[in-house]
Structures are given as C-alpha cells and as structure tokens.
Write a protein that binds this ligand. Structure first.
Ligand code: ADP
Ligand code: MG
Length: 259
C-alpha cells in the first residue's frame, strides 16, 4: 500500500483507503479473561468512528490494540498498511503514526506545556529543538492555549490540559488519532472546548476513532457509530440509523440508558 498523503497542515488527505483494518481480534487478560472475542473493524482514511458501549465491554482495550498499547492473541491488525504483529515488533513505527488522547490527560506533570508537546518530536522524531518548538507553538495556537505554554499542567484546568494532550499527540504528525473518553473526566463546562477541537480536527480530514458517549458529537461528527458489548462489536451503523433505529437489543438497551 502507498503511504498516506498529507495536506499542508500535516493531516492525511481523505482517500477512503483503509487506515485501520482489525480482523477477528481476540485478547485474553491473564490467560483466562476473554476480553475481546473476535472484533473486526475497518476505519478508512478521513473517517471518524465513534465507539460506544457499556463500561467494561472492552472499548479501551480494543482501541489500545491499534497503537500497540495492548498486545492481542488472535486475529490481525493493520495500520496504514503496517501489520501490528502479536509480539509488538512494530511498536516504534506504529506509535509515530497513531496519536492517543486519554481520559486522564496523562501529561508529564514536571514538564511545562511547551515541553510536553516538544518531548516526543525531539526524542522520537529527532527534530532539532527549534523546529519542535515552532511546530508546538502552532499547535498550541490551534487548540487555543498558546498563552499557557510556560505553565505546568497542574496550573491548568482539565479542559486546558486535555487540549494540551491533543496538541501533544498531534505534534507527532499522526495519521490517525485515538480518543478514549476524552471528556469523561471533565467538568461539564469544559467538555465543549475539547469537543470543539475534536470537531475541527475531524473537519480537517483527520482519521479518528473516538470512544465517547457524547451523543451530540457522535450525531454531528461521526461517519459511523459502533457499539461494543461483552467483548463483541454488536452494531455498526451511521449515526442517524444508530440513534433513531438501533437494530441490536444491546444497542437499544444502551441507548435507553444514555438518551
Ligand atoms: P471499557 O473501556 O469498555 O470500559 P475495558 O477495555 O477497559 O472496557 O475493560 C474490559 C474488561 O477488561 C473489564 O472487565 C476490565 O475490568 C478488564 N480489564 C481491563 N484492563 C485489564 C487488565 N489490565 N487486566 C485484567 N483485566 C482488565
Ligand atoms: Mg474504557
């Protein structure tokens, strides 16, 4: 497969080509807990897929297999044409291609905002500090937080920290971004500023997989919504179909709880 083309902001140009292809992925925790029981999903370049489902259904585990944060035992995963082997041989390459944003931000508390964003480009991409800082400044501006560049994460609000986390992930110029409940730890008044950044990113053509229960975001931004339950993908539909006419009983149950 040919490498993905990038536009002038470093975002992959939507081509409809598969970016992530997961086939029958199975995973056990501690050799006996069957957490993923054969999950298949294709995410095309430029697509936004929202993953929903009850707590404990395997959503985090599943998306963490896409950047080799979790090993899996059966099935296959390809990201941008690179096979993610079970033994995690391609970790380095994959981590450069796949950005991730976590519920708890996971910023480095002892580094400033600017240092958080430049760390990986300097150490992993081997960019000169000046280049890494120039790119970081652009990104911090893009997420609306440049004036906080010299502060430490602990001095920022949750919404600001999460926007820094997004900038940090984007600094590696990933081809796909994974979001694991990025607004779940935020006070309600900060949810919107983070969703706005995600919406903008989606509008620019970024390929995104988002675990989120933000229905408004899913309706507006997702190309597809998938529902996971008990380690299985039980439904995959457009947001319109999913929210107005869910087919699986588990989807109906789930929606009756969150809507
Ligand atoms: P979700 O993100 O949908 O809430 P997770 O992927 O976090 O679900 O977890 C799925 C299941 O796997 C849960 O029952 C959880 O307790 C279990 N689990 C998650 N991480 C581990 C781990 N490191 N070791 C053992 N069990 C785990
Ligand atoms: Mg989770």
């Amino acid at each position: 497969m040919t490498p993905t083309q990038l536009n002038e902001t470093g975002t992959p140009i939507s081509s409809g080509q598969p970016m992530i292809v997961a086939r029958n992925v199975e995973k056990w925790y501690s050799n006996h807990f069957h957490v993923l029981r054969g999950v298949s999903l294709t995410v095309n370049t430029g697509e936004v897929v929202v993953v929903m489902g009850p707590s404990g259904s395997g959503k985090s585990t599943f998306i963490r297999t896409f950047n080799a944060l979790e090993p899996y035992q059966k099935g296959s995963i390809e990201v941008d044409g690179i096979t993610l082997s079970h033994d995690l041989k391609n970790i380095e390459t994959i981590r450069r291609e796949v950005g991730m944003v976590f519920q708890q931000f996971n910023l480095f508390p002892h580094l400033t905002v600017l240092q958080n964003v430049t760390l990986a480009p300097i150490w992993v991409r081997r960019w000169p500090k000046a280049k890494a800082e120039a790119v970081a400044v652009q990104l911090l501006e893009r997420v609306g937080i440049l004036e906080q560049a010299r502060k430490y994460p602990g001095q920022l609000s949750g919404g600001q920290q999460q926007r820094v986390a997004i900038a940090r992930a984007l600094a590696m110029q990933p081809k796909v971004m994974l979001f694991d409940e990025p607004t779940s730890a935020l006070d309600p008044e900060m949810v919107r500023e983070v969703l706005d950044v995600m919406r903008t990113l989606a509008g620019e053509g970024m390929t995104m997989v988002c675990v989120t229960h933000e229905v408004g975001f899913a309706r507006e931004v997702a190309d597809r919504v998938v529902l996971m339950a008990d380690g299985l993908l039980v439904e995959e539909a457009t947001p319109q179909e999913f929210f107005s006419n869910p087919q699986a009983e588990r989807s109906q149950q789930f929606l009756s709880q969150i809507l």
